[in-house]
Write a protein that binds this ligand. Structure first.
Ligand code: ZN
Ligand code: ZN
Length: 179
């Protein structure tokens, strides 16, 4: 649970506090995956009372265990992502409009506390890379024998083709058949 006490800040418009905290939880749950979290999730930043909102600006840092899309090996991924959130006391929840004209999501306070956990999880998920690669030039697995080619070449002969090329070759064959 990533909770920050704002009991003082809440009653003092114009003031701000700095915070630094960390929490441990086992997994980051996304729609597609359950990602192990290998290190404490460190959250730091400052919270400003603007009068009607408590604005959080900070950073989230941790280490995740991702699985490479090409070679299927697990690897450590250091995530350092910005955190920007707005909180309002539940009694004064408002659907505000940000400077960019987009509706901002204003989250509720829970008593004298901000629970940053949902925002932290969202920030981490949004910042996940599109492609999960253990290294930029990961060689992947041999499509024929399954060997991890990062460990060295396999014994398959050189005529083994890339699966994408195999699909292309198959399409060309089909087209020839039609003519
Ligand atoms: Zn890989
Ligand atoms: Zn092979």
């Amino acid at each position: 649970m990533v909770q920050i006490s704002v009991s003082d800040l809440k009653s003092r418009p114009g003031s701000e506090i700095e915070f630094k905290t960390q929490a441990k939880w086992p997994y980051l749950i996304t729609a597609a995956a359950r990602i192990p979290i290998l290190a404490p999730v460190r959250v730091s930043g400052r919270i400003t009372n603007t009068g009607r909102l408590l604005v959080v600006k900070g950073q989230v840092a941790t280490t995740l265990e991702l699985t490479c899309d090409r070679c299927l090996e697990k690897f450590r991924y250091s995530a350092v992502v910005p955190l920007e959130e707005e909180y309002a006391a539940a009694s004064q929840m408002l659907a505000g409009t940000g400077e960019d004209g987009e509706a901002d999501e204003v989250r509720p306070l829970i008593g004298d506390f901000i629970n940053l956990q949902p925002a932290v999880e969202e920030a981490l998920i949004l910042a996940l890379p599109m492609k999960w690669l253990c290294r930029e030039n990961c060689q992947g697995l041999c499509p024929r024998c399954g060997q991890n080619l990062n460990a060295g070449p396999c014994q398959c002969d050189d005529r083994t083709v890339d699966p994408r090329l195999a699909i292309l070759a198959e399409l060309l064959r089909q087209r020839e058949g039609e003519n």
